[in-house]
Design a protein. Sequence first.
Length: 543
Amino acid sequence: MDFRPTDQQLSDAVRQYIQQQLGFKLTEEFQLSDIAASCRDYALDSTFTLSATRDSEQVTLAASESPIGQAAIAQGMQDRKQALIQAGLEPYKAAILKAISAQPTLLFDGRPIELGQDACSWYDSSTCSHCHGDGCHTCAACDGHASVTCGGCGGVGSNPCSSCHTSGYTVEVYSENGHERQRQVPCGRCGASGHASCGQCGGSGAVSCRACHDGTVTCDSCDGAGTVYRRFFLTVRADVAGSARPVSGAFATGRPANDLEPTYYGDFAGPQWQSHAGGDGVSIACKRFETKATLSLGGETYACVFAGKTPVLASAPGLVGAFFEKLVKAMDDPGNIKGIAAVNATPIAQELVRESAFGVPTSMLSAVQRGTMMEGQAAHYLKRFAAVRAHHSERAGKFTLRGVGLAMRDVFLRLAAMVVMAFVAKYFVYSPPSLAALLTLQPTAVSMWSVYFAAGGVSAYLLLPMISARLTRKASSHWLKMLVTAVLFTLPVLFAAELPLVVGLILAVIITPLIALPRVKKLDRARADSTLKKMGYAGLVAD
């Protein structure tokens, strides 16, 4: 059989492999050369071992069946299990062949083939655990009272009278001297009480429970019998041990192949039953597809192995590691948030961190064992991962001059903005130019209103993060921001408008350290946590 994947198929397999491992598309150009495809005939040989496990299910006992007790059941199942194993696989040959014909990969993954339930059954009985043998239990709807609150009157027993509307009287029309007249008379429906007896409960306020009859309901678990019956049986399985054997070509040595990776195999034929000294089993003919090529990228070459008729890149030692090593260089700068986040977001980085957190040695990491990357490359990334985290964590725990400066700048800008806004409000809020002057674009009016809105906007920008966070913890409401802005325009006018600007700024300088210094570590910790989260450290833990 002529077998040769197209260059496009191989290129797509490489790009898909990189995207699976690193999470991004390969945009760099590469070349594939020395392409050698092989298709060899193989036989997948398997040996089956019969096993039987104990199972049970709840049943309704028939007249011809009777419980025999756990001791007798255990002995009977043990004897039956030995008899099944001694009988061998012959009774199940058709079922095994059918299962493998439908799913040949069963020979690869080692899963047992389910052969169903054995025909023999044993029965036992026990007291129902739900009703404790009573066959019934207290009704949950009425709590055993056999009645529930009437829904028509809410348990009161009466409803507002619809004739007199709770007044107790109705209007009667009568004739006197040829004229119609009206008079109030006691309501005949409710007896002048204003409330009529409920028609659903007859005034008692309760109605019979529809879920039960006497406050109890039949137990669903035992159907009222008080006893539960179970059927015990054996579930039979065939455990598979498989190997691949080349049957033609230069490698037809008869020795099992080392790998049973199912992606290499295809074109399966019908399975054939075989019996030999090692045990009964199945042999199925198939073909093993493999393509080897040399990939050239960035001046480096990598030996690639593709598996399957539709090629999938199975092995490319050093290829992913080379790309990953370039990404890890971004971690040399602990402040490179975007670069570090890109590294930590790759699937292979998350796999390395996850396995390292469970104490897996570097040499035993899955990526290293698969040949995806070298042991040194994995160790280098984990070292940089821990170093970046330690860098930001240590800085957050120290009382640094940088932290003091940032905290004082944060507070001073807000205090200074309040003072400046107060004087802006004093001179422009009390006697601002008219809107008519603004609308006619008079220079004085335009300049004054521009200063007013500019000062207000800057002040709101500086003050809102601090004050709205206090009010709402998360300043997410647009309308709340507008309300806070309006309040900020009013308070300084009332409390600080008469202070000279210089005195206000001096007070801001004095108050700033008193407010800022206690918040330094807290601000630094929050900033460090935020930075690590942006870098993708949230949810990733490594020793």
